[in-house]
Write a protein that binds this ligand. Structure first.
Ligand code: COA
Length: 265
């Protein structure tokens, strides 16, 4: 992996074609998310979302043992409620909500342990692919905590309330096979197939109309927000697509029996 941004201490980044790879590189701590790593993730994500050359982002990690073994537990010691609240609020705004609400697709390629904040990071992504050695869980109650980066909200949406509460209250890890059965991940593959599978899915998405992809993310997310009528948002986003040149191109290409060339306009 080439590192295009040498100012990062905990990340490697590389663009391959229109895909930006963000690789968490803190292997000695099983890629645990300390404040510095979260701040760098915010910068790398923001850069990728802004860059016209980037169509989508794949988040993965260095090493094969762990995707991310959680928030960095060493930063929890000695904090009070105000500090805890700030940690959760900052992290959610800077990274987790930023990913979920992005206008470009973000795929998590999960190998090894995805625990606590690691699973929360994966759940904030739009699509999750895991290798068959992956283990996932929200073990925060073993520390006297609950998930604070969106885990209590995103896990029930993906696997249902009953299974989510079982995972959160027992703190048990589940295998990649179980995660696939529960709908927590989209695909389980071998370690060798992990990045190729993520790229295959991303490359397919990158053939589609980018503004329509952004509209689809906004419409799907809207249905999961309290007080927001997702059907209304879908109609608004559907209408918004009519203002795009890409819609004209898509419909014209269909009638001319050729592949569309979308420009994101
Ligand atoms: N925060 C900070 N450091 C972490 C960490 C975390 N969440 N998870 C692992 N590490 C560190 C360990 O402290 C250790 O560092 P050291 O070598 O300086 O002592 C290093 O990563 C390797 O981890 P280790 O525990 O020795 O590996 P293991 O193979 O014995 O166990 C796990 C792997 C994932 C089961 C274990 O590391 C673990 O339970 N981690 C915490 C998971 C968790 O509770 N996450 C939720 C946090 S909210």
């Amino acid at each position: 992996m080439k590192n295009y941004n040498m100012s990062f201490q905990n990340l490697l980044t590389e663009n391959k074609g229109r895909i930006a790879y963000i690789v968490i590189n803190r292997e000695s701590k099983l890629n645990a998310l300390n404040k510095a790593t979260l701040a760098e993730l915010h910068t790398a994500l923001t850069d990728a979302f802004k860059s016209p050359e980037v169509g989508g982002i794949i988040i993965t990690v260095a090493g094969q043992k762990a995707f991310v073994a959680g928030a960095d537990i060493s930063e929890f010691a000695g904090g009070d409620a105000a500090a805890g609240g700030e940690l959760a609020r900052q992290g959610q705004a800077l990274v987790f909500d930023l990913i979920e609400n992005a206008g470009k697709p973000v795929i998590a390629a999960i190998n090894g342990f995805a625990l606590g904040g690691g699973l929360e990071l994966a759940m904030a992504c739009h699509i999750r692919i895991a290798s068959d050695n992956a283990k996932m869980g929200l073990p925060e109650v073993t520390l006297g905590l609950i998930p604070g980066y969106g885990g209590t909200q995103r896990l029930p949406r993906l696997v249902g309330k009953g299974k989510a509460l079982e995972m959160i209250m027992t703190a048990d890890m589940i295998t990649a096979g179980e995660a696939a059965r529960y709908g927590l991940i989209n695909h389980m593959v071998t370690m060798e197939e992990l990045l190729p599978k993520a790229e295959e899915i991303m490359n397919k998405i990158l053939l589609r109309a980018p503004l329509a992809i952004a509209s689809a993310i906004r419409a799907v997310n809207a249905g999961q927000k309290d007080g927001v009528n997702g059907f209304e948002v879908e109609m608004e986003e559907f209408a918004r697509c009519f203002n795009t040149k890409d819609l004209k191109e898509g419909v014209t290409a269909f009638s001319e029996k050729r592949k569309p060339g979308f420009k994101g306009e």
